[in-house]
Design a protein around this ligand. Structure first.
Ligand SMILES: [Zn+2]
Length: 658
């Protein structure tokens, strides 16, 4: 375990926010190490005395607000809760978690404070200024053994109190408060919570942080002594085998089970493939998560293999069985029964989610859990918290609240669009328009662009079949499939009359504007067919189709042929639920076609100013790339769910078209 403490950085944050600044600092140190906390897990606190507006001194517990991630937390991420009220709450014989959270929220000093962590009262009952809580890999490896309690004593000696598994929330805090009253000692360094994680504490930020690192180190050393720490080193190089259609079929089945489009991210690292190929490890993973709150990210068990409907049926049984055991269980409504993790010997690890970030979080949790399971193998096997406890966590209203976002999901949530010519102009505008509606994008262009979680730009020439096929494979690996295709990449050759047109210009124009798109349609068809909401294609045509221009023979002919191809696709693919529509933009001047003085020359030829030339349409409005992109996105959205084979001008009105 690395101790990341740095005097300068600590001093900088202390100078900015005082003691709370140091709390921010060591929280970030914990959050920076994925072997300590993952995906917003863990929580921290500091007890401070402050004067209120009446000048009275009040003791406050600044505790991590729910929804904040330790890695990136700011001072505003801590809620200041009145300590006296916290301690009074712990005196009650019982309290529901919903009421507890309400009490905590209404006893904060700031109306704008985030909701205090559900583990606030546990922090309050420990009589130390700083308290740190993580789900460290090494610790949960030891605590997820059948004889975890005895192992903890071997690993930590009498430096910690060992707490049996109790559901987090009021009951756990109350339990710990009582244990502390009975067995608490000033020389203790922390609490180890079986099948859950670890708390450390201290009188200053550094002491509490150092103790966390030291305790996790003890667990690590213990595992080394037991010959359980070293697991086979696997490189991260993915297997070259691509099984794009198998992945897309799996994604379709998962989306159908979830009743919503889901992304599916592949991890074919050697670790994932080796683990997924080991029946022993896989069935161990079916026993549950390494710490209970992972259940909201990964569900209780992975899907082994590809039978999604069997998984969904088993999930429904699990729900019925466990809801029946709960007081008020009849009022629970079942979450979607689709898996979030898949382990398949050929495909490796796949993680499902409505957003890329959810897939990445689930993948990180799974990677750490796979390490943990392999380490427990030498010590009698993996024995995590049982099914019913996981159920209580999964259906705990406070956990579900963490996942709630405000309002309905964006229209393209969980969907993937492929845009060609995505680097600039209409293509770039399409990337923006589809992303703003929640789509995840794969872009193809000759030029490279900066990617993001939800945007994978790939460099490929659309006329290079192998490169395009590889790009589609990369998109399917990253996101699971293809739902929408925007055929935008195109070539506008220099003006040439028919009498002078050269073969090369002609062939190249046809190759880019027609042949490449025909191949893209063919390559994408099997994926579009597997789109959970039905595939959609938008072809960027041209005003030149209904109203050709002299000197643009190759361009006009290629776009007209492309339009005809789109109409045939609309006919052939309607029975597959795929919609194909065409846009005919005109005079979109914010694209590369018009750079380098071409626009100025053209305006001059018409004896107009550039501005007059740009507005040379019925509405006398300039047409922007974003106008075309918005139309493309709407064509793919629910408003045009009943439209296929349509051609829509986006040209400000053109008398030769109207
Ligand atoms: Zn916890």
């Amino acid at each position: 375990m690395n101790n990341l403490w740095n005097d300068e950085e600590a001093a900088r944050l202390k100078a900015r926010d005082g003691e709370l600044g140091l709390r921010v600092y060591t929280s970030r140190l914990l959050g920076a190490d994925e072997s300590l906390v993952l995906a917003g897990g863990g929580n921290t606190s500091v007890k401070l005395t402050e004067k209120n507006v009446l000048g009275q001194e009040v003791e406050l517990l600044y505790v991590k607000g729910s929804g904040w991630d330790l890695a990136t937390i700011e001072a505003a991420g801590f809620a200041g809760v009145r300590m006296d009220h916290c301690l009074n709450l712990l005196e009650l014989p019982e309290l529901s978690d919903a009421v507890m959270v309400n009490e905590l929220k209404t006893h904060c000093t700031l109306a704008s404070a985030p909701t205090p962590s559900v583990e606030t009262l546990l922090h309050a009952c420990l009589p130390f200024k700083y308290v740190d809580h993580t789900h460290a890999d090494a610790v949960v490896t030891v605590t997820n053994l059948a004889d975890g309690e005895a192992r903890c004593r071997e690993a930590f000696g009498d430096r910690v109190l060992v707490i049996p598994y109790v559901m987090p929330g009021y009951d756990l805090a109350k339990y710990c408060a009582e244990v502390w009253k009975r067995d608490g000692r000033a020389d203790l360094l922390g609490l180890v919570l079986l099948k859950h994680g670890i708390f450390s504490f201290g009188e200053d930020a550094r002491q509490s942080y150092d103790r966390m690192i030291d305790l996790v180190d003890l667990a690590e050393q213990y595992l080394r002594e037991q010959d359980a720490w070293e697991i086979p080193e696997f490189g991260q190089e993915a297997s070259p085998r691509r099984a794009s259609l198998e992945i897309a079929s799996l994604r379709k089945a998962i989306s159908d089970a979830a009743h919503a489009p889901m992304l599916l991210r592949s991890n074919r690292s050697q670790l994932a493939l080796a683990f997924a190929g080991n029946e022993n490890f896989c069935s161990a993973y079916e026993r549950g998560t390494a710490t209970p709150d992972h259940v909201i990210r990964t569900k209780g068990k992975p899907l082994l293999g590809r039978d999604v409907s069997a998984y969904a049926e088993a999930y429904e049984d699990y729900f019925q069985r466990n809801a029946a055991k709960c007081e008020g269980g009849v009022n629970l409504s079942m979450l979607d029964p689709a898996p979030r993790l898949v382990l398949d010997p050929e495909l490796g690890l796949l993680t499902a989610g409505r957003k890329v970030a959810d897939c990445i979080i689930a993948s990180a949790i799974a990677e750490h859990t796979m390490d943990i399971i392999q380490r427990t193998d030498a010590l009698g096997g993996y024995d995590p918290v049982g099914e019913h406890d996981l159920f209580l966590m999964e259906y705990w209203e406070l956990e579900q609240a963490k996942l709630k976002t405000t309002g309905p999901p964006p229209v393209f949530a969980g969907e993937v669009a492929l845009v060609t010519g995505s680097f600039s102009g209409i293509g770039k505008a399409c990337v923006d328009a589809f992303r703003s509606r929640g789509a995840t994008i794969g872009g193809i262009d000759l030029e490279s662009a900066d990617g993001a979680l939800d945007y994978l730009p790939l460099v490929a020439d659309v006329t290079d079949f192998d490169a395009v096929e590889a790009a589609i494979g990369s998109i399917v690996d990253a996101f699971g499939g293809l739902d929408m295709l925007v055929l935008n990449a195109g070539l506008f050759p220099p003006t040439q009359r028919l009498g002078e047109i050269d073969d090369e210009t002609w062939s190249k124009t046809i190759a880019v504007n027609l042949d490449a798109n025909q191949r893209l349609l063919r390559l994408c068809y099997p994926f579009l067919k597997l789109s959970p909401n039905g595939g959609r294609v938008v072809v960027v045509g041209s005003k030149n189709v209904p109203a050709p221009g002299p000197g643009a023979a190759a361009y006009s002919a290629s776009k007209a042929a492309m339009t005809q191809l789109a109409r045939v696709a609309a006919l052939e693919w309607a029975s597959d639920g795929i919609r194909v529509n065409v846009l005919h933009p005109n005079s979109v001047f914010d694209t590369n076609l018009w750079a380098n003085g071409i626009l100025e020359k053209r305006a001059e030829a018409y004896e107009m100013t550039v501005d007059q030339y740009k507005r040379r349409n019925l509405l006398q409005e300039e047409v922007f790339s974003s106008d075309v992109a918005e139309a493309a996105a709407e064509f793919c959205g629910p408003r045009f769910a009943k439209t296929t084979g349509a051609q829509l001008p986006v040209d400000g009105g053109e008398d030769r078209v109207v």
